[in-house]
Design a protein around this ligand. Structure first.
Ligand SMILES: Cc1cc2nc3c(=O)[nH]c(=O)nc-3n(C[C@H](O)[C@H](O)[C@H](O)COP(=O)(O)OP(=O)(O)OC[C@H]3O[C@@H](n4cnc5c(N)ncnc54)[C@H](O)[C@@H]3O)c2cc1C
Length: 545
């Protein structure tokens, strides 16, 4: 029997398992898919000479994460690689906004393309980050309420401008761009970063989210693992094995066994039962845990109503390409970037996001494009590029604003039409791009979900990043912590605070909660027993009366 069962070998599950195993627990990770990694995997299925990350690619959050940093994955073979430029946002007029490691380089780029005033404004925003670092990330990565980290953060916030700094945290990125910048470039950098989550340029908090991603890029880059995303998973798995943990693939969990309000273990699709002496940690989406793996009869009635209001983030379509040469960007500055954002201007980004929110498939999809060989030369032969781009699509399509009549069945015709639309968006900024394509693969929402059941309907962040489902509202109001209504059961996936991205904080928080609860329980049960044993051993108690 294991001390803990972890359901799912995504990054959160594997970080949780490592922390528990470090504490001396016997841990078994049960993964439904044939290989571990969740949305952190790579393959050569597009073309034998090209390595592609199947889902996620860039890992600033992993590098900045105290939980992943503490695992020392470098000793288990993980090496990072950086593109010359972190991020580029080319404009139709040939100018290009670029983000670099180091504030000075970003400011120099903004200065030459968009003017000194925007460079100065960017410098001020970077200073705010420096003032709050590292307390902001520590506050975000710990469970709510973040008592110790929160106190330090509040003090820093006060010193960094108090209410004005707080106001900044609530701003929509469009408003921030209007207040701070004269040209279009700097605002586009931030708005594009906000659209890594499902945050509209007009959405509350979209400025802060975009700023956080951009500032991380300046501070630690947006690095990729040498040898593909799977190298990060490989390091996590090897480290776990080194401390005695085990990963069992092709082992889908279909039930968390609950008796008397406590999780005792799990049952798998092949009918096996796995007992867990101390805890079950679920690296699964909240709606898959509550009411599915754990029956409603074990949950408070309010949970059902709350889960009914759970909101998924946007769906996704991704295209992976093997290219026989570099992307022929019209704006040369985009050539060295690991990530390129493709959208003509802020209005186009806003239209796109609003169309997604109202169930209409955009004619001009904002796309995030990864130039993986530029970021890590090991991904494909010299002179070629292993590339991908993804865009978001509505979870339910009511109308297609493009010419293809895509309805959301995502059959072969719709998948190919959507891939062509994404390619046309690239072609707008890189004429001749389509001629470089040697092979491609299209991942539609049903494919995402089939390859990883956490990516429900193609959602990539375990639920919306909007403020109404963050912090104490994630995944449902009143939690914000990994504990669940079932004793000994913890939510460890990106559906838990602090949400999507490869930072391992959801898993780390769940593991620490399990350890803490076990210590408390051991204290309550064992302490009286130990005291009695001590009394017995030390003979009759002395009388003091
Ligand atoms: C296309 C795409 C691009 C992304 N890009 C980035 C990026 O560049 N940088 C970044 O930081 N983040 C990115 N993300 C987000 C990031 O990958 C996720 O937030 C992160 O992987 C979440 O980790 P997780 O461990 O919570 O879940 P997952 O990675 O989804 O792993 C969950 C695992 O649990 C398994 N599982 C689920 N249910 C069961 C069950 N019942 N029994 C057994 N196993 C089960 C699944 O098979 C899966 O292996 C991207 C995601 C996608 C899809």
């Amino acid at each position: 029997m294991s001390d803990a069962i972890v359901i799912g070998a995504g990054p959160n599950g594997l970080v949780a398992a490592n922390i528990l195993a470090d504490a001396g627990w016997q841990v078994d990770v049960l993964e439904g898919r044939p290989e571990p990694g969740g949305a952190v995997r790579s393959d050569r299925a597009v073309h034998a000479d090209y390595l592609h990350d199947v889902f996620s690619s860039f890992y600033p959050l992993a590098v900045a994460s105290p939980a992943i940093g503490a695992l020392g994955l470098g000793e288990h073979g993980l090496r990072w690689s950086h593109a010359p430029t972190v991020l580029a946002h080319p404009l139709p007029d040939g100018r290009c906004a670029t983000l670099h490691r180091g504030t000075a380089a970003t400011c120099a780029g903004l200065d030459s393309a968009f003017g000194g005033a925007d460079a100065e404004a960017w410098q001020r925003l970077s200073q705010l980050w420096d003032d709050l670092d590292p307390h902001l990330l520590r506050t975000l990565f710990t469970p709510f309420p973040p008592v110790r980290a929160g106190v330090a953060m509040a003090a820093r916030l006060r010193a960094a401008g108090g209410l004005r700094a707080l106001r900044f945290m609530t701003l929509p990125v469009r408003r921030l761009a209007q207040e701070e910048f004269t040209g279009p470039g700097a605002g586009l950098l931030l708005a594009g970063c906000a659209l890594h989550a499902d945050l509209l340029p007009e959405g509350v908090g979209s400025a802060a989210f975009g700023w956080l991603m951009a500032m991380l890029g300046q501070q630690v880059g947006w690095p990729v693992p040498v040898g593909g995303a799977a190298a990060l998973t490989g390091a996590l798995v090897r480290r776990l094995a080194a401390v005695g943990g085990r990963v069992h693939c092709n082992t889908e969990v279909v039930e968390v066994v609950v008796r008397g309000g406590r999780a005792l273990g799990v049952r798998t699709a092949d009918g096996q039962a796995y007992r867990a002496r101390r805890a079950v940690l679920a690296d699964v989406a909240a709606p898959a845990l509550y009411g599915s793996l754990v029956g409603w009869e074990h949950l408070p009635p309010r949970m059902r109503a709350d889960l009914h209001r759970f909101q998924w983030d946007f769906s996704t379509v991704k295209v992976d390409w093997a290219l026989d040469g570099a992307v022929p960007w019209a704006a040369p500055a985009a050539a060295g970037a690991g990530t390129v954002h493709l959208g003509a201007d802020l209005d186009e980004l806003s239209d796109y996001a609003l169309q997604l929110s109202t169930g209409r498939l955009p004619r001009h999809p904002f796309a995030l494009l990864g130039q993986m060989t530029t970021a890590d030369p090991s991904r494909s032969p010299a002179g070629t590029e292993s590339a991908w781009a993804y865009t978001h699509v509505p979870q339910v399509i009511k109308d297609d604003l493009g010419p293809d009549g895509i309805t959301g069945t995502w059959d072969t015709r719709e998948a190919e039409a959507m891939a062509n639309r994404i390619e046309s968006q690239v072609e707008r900024f890189a004429p001749g791009f389509k001629d470089r394509i040697v092979a491609r693969r299209v991942l539609t929402p049903p494919v995402f979900e089939a390859w990883n059941p956490n990516l429900v309907g193609g959602a990539i962040n375990g639920g919306t990043t909007a403020p109404h489902q963050q912090l104490v509202f994630r995944p449902v109001p009143g939690t914000g912590r990994p504990e669940t209504p079932v004793a000994g059961l913890y939510l460890a996936s990106s559906s838990a605070h602090p949400g999507g991205g490869v930072h391992g904080a959801c898993g780390a928080n769940a593991a620490r909660a399990a350890l803490r609860s076990h210590r408390l329980l051991a204290g309550r049960v064992l302490a009286p027993g130990l005291a009695a044993a001590q009394r017995l051993l030390s003979g009759p108690a002395e009388r003091h009366d």
